[in-house]
Design a protein around this ligand. Structure first.
Ligand SMILES: [Zn+2]
Ligand SMILES: [Zn+2]
Length: 246
């Protein structure tokens, strides 16, 4: 396999909202698309690294929240690149259902008072729909790794598990303050929202047990394995429904 680069796309400053490019000489894939209107930031980051939208081979949407799925439809329109998403979030992608949020603490509750999480985004139907238990191999893009379901944050959350020991996990874990980033970006915390706290607690442990060393996340980061391990230990003592341990 080619040498692989993981490039962060700053959707918001201070790493508050991230998307990513995973790049090899065979092309690149985009992981998450930012809020509506983020296609300009995606294009600028591609250009900064000598790439264009034409080089995009796949758009991965880790879950249906607006800060991850918001520009997916527009980016497909501009680039012709297929989108992959999980069937667990399909009703939100196609606009059949309005997103609901289960807050894990004060940051989530505060964010829910702003209009952002309630705004609709342009609906889209993923070209590739991942089902439970299925893995989508990335070898065809010159990338050692696969995409798999990593539930909990939402029912249809997915992660990239790369052979380089990098995991791109969306909002499975968060960091920093408020919705993420700004400061303390290397410290793992719970995401402001979790649909299923039990699943969110067990999934990072599975990834650690599988040997993943770097965790690239939607808000702040990256996190090393030790930071995620400490986070998992804290989660183990939090009872379901208890207040956030952030
Ligand atoms: Zn989210
Ligand atoms: Zn997010």
């Amino acid at each position: 396999m080619d040498s692989l680069r993981i490039i962060r796309i700053p959707i918001f400053p201070f790493d508050m909202v991230n998307a990513y490019l995973v790049v090899t000489r065979k092309g690149c894939i985009l992981v998450d698309t930012g809020l509506p209107g983020s296609e300009v930031k995606v294009t600028k980051t591609l250009e900064k690294h000598g790439l264009t939208l034409k080089e995009l081979k796949l758009v991965v949407v880790t879950h249906a929240h607006i800060d991850h799925a918001g520009s997916a439809a527009r980016l497909r329109e501009l680039s012709g690149t297929p989108i992959i998403g999980h069937e667990g979030d399909i009703q939100y992608y196609v606009g059949e259902k309005k997103m609901t949020y289960c807050s894990t603490g004060w940051a989530g509750s505060l964010f829910l008072k702003t209009p952002v999480p309630h705004e609709p985004y342009t609906a889209f139907k993923p070209d590739i729909l991942l089902s439970d238990g299925a893995a989508f191999d990335l070898d065809r893009y010159g990338i050692a790794g696969r995409i798999k379901r990593s539930p909990g944050h939402t029912a249809g959350s997915i992660s990239l598990e790369l052979g380089s020991k990098d995991a791109l996990v969306g909002d499975l874990v968060a960091s920093g303050i408020l919705i993420g980033g700004i400061i303390r970006k290397g410290r793992a915390i719970r995401s402001p929202f979790e649909d299923d706290p039990q699943a969110v607690a067990s999934e990072p442990k599975r990834l650690l047990d599988a040997g993943f060393e770097r965790f690239h996340i939607g808000h702040g980061g990256p996190l090393d394995a030790e930071a995620v391990r400490r986070h998992v230990r804290r989660l183990m003592v939090v009872k379901r429904g208890a207040p956030s341990v952030n």
